[in-house]
Ligand binder design. Structure first.
Ligand SMILES: Nc1ncnc2c1ncn2[C@@H]1O[C@H](COP(=O)(O)OP(=O)(O)OP(=O)(O)O)[C@@H](O)[C@H]1O
Ligand SMILES: [Mg+2]
Length: 508
């Protein structure tokens, strides 16, 4: 079959890093082509080379698109030919409407005046195509991530897309939003649109991909043709990490003790719409050595619950009580919460978790300066050693712990956030989507650390949209729905079906 795209012998370096070294990629017309690989393998970089983010001349090798050699000098060049990339971090403007975002920089202008009637009509048509039932004047900030993703795709369709590139589109989506997105990819395929999808969720990839290319350490390892044979996930994982992985979750024998953490009748109101109750009287307890899961749909209030407990970093008119070891504690602000041994690993690493301009070691030591100080003075050597320990343990791919966090790959940034809170040595560790964007090998390392912490008698509260992860790791699972806990399961009784059922049937 004809190739719509061929990239040959691509090499791209950054100071001190060879991100890509002799990569080949061949995408056939009309196919869905998946790219997989560990964090830092070079997936996003390859797509930035393709789309002109890194212009011709800044890499070596050839790009052939629709049968001709192309030398893009910026992203506009590639967009003109219908190569549209949706980046790992979404790029919509929150305080503009859907229509404004879709036609931003691409306005339907006649004589310099935007024809908004036309733009709105066109937006409605595009939203219909992607199956998004929202008005064109809805502000982006009022949409969940799943819907924002659909707006990005609608925007791509407005540009006459021929090759759609999705860099981890489902990383922050729940199951049903992910399914909708994958279905949309198949529909676009029916219309002859080829796409490239990057994802760490191998089960999704096997649902939609016609071909799978595996990258490892900046090299192409292999391209599978899924039409010829079914490829097992184990096989792909082996190619990605370069070794066999027997299990996705570390073995664990829970040793559960007394209740050490308790939240009673917790209520939180929306910061702007103060009449809207976001968390509606939640009761939660966690025992020594226990790993607790919180399941639920995006927007069910899980993050709001966690953030409000963690030093009231979300919400207004918060009420309820927090107990540690049976004694009520004051978690009125973040530093008080940290002092009481609570840590919160955020799902939004760019917004809350990291200082991008700082280096890895500074980011790791930030929440526990006492841990690297001798008599109030920061011990630089110790700071370095601690950070380097985490670098090795979590396999953070970088030139060293003095590297700024800014240019790390998405998954490696997430590992730094996790290292930071692990180093704060908390008694109660709240993890919000800890393995989002993390490759399978590194997930295992993170799960191992979580298990070890539980074995030391800490308690872990894990918010996750990945049900296999909750079922694989947790001793007990709460299901949250529209601000309340709708159900609670012990690990032995829990199943994906039961949890889904509790989510769907809540309130009936
Ligand atoms: N602008 C940059 N400056 C310096 N190094 C960079 C830059 N962009 C990427 N790198 C490095 O290139 C390598 C590949 O990064 P890339 O973002 O392509 O990985 P990835 O496969 O997309 O990983 P992930 O799954 O974590 O998103 C990494 O080692 C990264 O640190
Ligand atoms: Mg990436």
């Amino acid at each position: 079959m004809d190739a719509i795209l061929e990239m040959r012998g691509i090499r791209k370096t950054f100071p001190g890093v060879v991100a890509l070294d002799h990569v080949n990629l061949r995408v056939r017309s009309g196919e869905i082509h998946a790219i997989v690989g560990e964090n830092g393998a070079g997936k996003s970089t390859l797509m930035k080379v393709l789309s002109g983010v890194y212009p011709h001349g800044s890499y070596s090798g050839d790009i052939e698109f629709q049968g001709r050699l192309r030398e893009f000098s910026d992203i506009r060049d590639s967009e003109e030919l219908g190569i549209i990339i949706i980046h790992q971090e979404l790029a919509l403007v929150p305080l503009l409407s859907i229509a404004e975002n879709i036609f931003l920089g691409n306005e339907m202008a006649s004589k310099g005046v935007i024809d908004w009637d036309k733009a709105y009509a066109k937006t409605r048509e595009l939203l219909r195509k992607v199956g998004l039932n929202e008005s064109p004047d809805t502000l982006i900030t009022n949409l969940g991530v799943g819907k924002q993703q659909l707006v990005e795709i609608a925007k791509a369709l407005s540009k006459n897309v021929k090759l759609l590139i999705l860099d981890e589109p489902t990383a922050s989506l729940n199951e049903s939003d992910s399914d909708a997105l994958l279905k949309l990819m198949l529909e676009l395929q029916d219309q002859g649109i080829a796409s490239i999808i990057i994802s760490h969720k191998l089960n999704e990839i096997s649902q939609v991909a016609d071909s799978i290319t595996v990258l490892r350490d900046g090299n192409t390892v292999y391209t599978y043709d899924c039409r010829m044979a079914t490829i097992s996930e184990e096989r792909i994982i082996e190619q990605m990490v370069g070794r066999q992985m027997d299990s996705r979750y570390p073995p664990r024998t829970p040793q559960i003790g007394e209740t050490i953490f308790e939240v009673r009748d917790w209520r939180v109101f929306h910061p702007e719409h103060s009449e809207r109750e976001v968390v509606k009287g939640v009761n939660l307890h966690a025992r020594k050595g226990e790993i607790i899961g919180i399941a639920g749909l995006m927007g069910s209030g899980r993050t709001e619950l966690a953030m409000s407990i963690f030093g009231r970093s979300y919400g207004k008119r918060i009420s309820g009580k927090v107990f540690k070891n049976g004694v009520e504690i004051d978690t009125g602000n973040v530093s008080k919460a940290i002092k009481h041994g609570i840590a919160y690993v955020t799902e939004d690493r760019k917004g809350l978790g990291l200082v991008l301009e700082e280096d890895i070691k500074t980011n790791i030591s930030m929440a526990n300066l006492a841990g690297i100080a001798t008599r109030q003075v920061i011990d630089k050597a110790r700071e370095h050693k601690v950070a380097d320990g985490f670098r090795k343990q979590l396999k953070i791919r970088c030139s060293g712990v003095l590297q700024k966090v800014l240019h790390l790959s998405g998954g490696n940034q997430q590992k730094v956030v996790i290292a930071k809170w692990l180093f704060s040595n908390p008694d109660i560790l709240i993890l919000d989507e800890p393995s989002r964007g993390i490759d399978v090998g590194a997930k295992y390392e993170i799960y191992s650390i979580i298990s070890a912490l539980a074995a030391e008698g800490k308690c872990i509260i894990m918010i996750s949209s990945e049900m296999p992860e909750l079922l694989g790791m947790c001793d007990r699972i709460y299901v949250m729905n529209e601000g309340s806990f709708a159900a609670e399961f012990n690990a032995a009784d829990a199943s994906q079906e039961k949890i889904m059922h509790a989510i769907v049937n809540h309130g009936e």
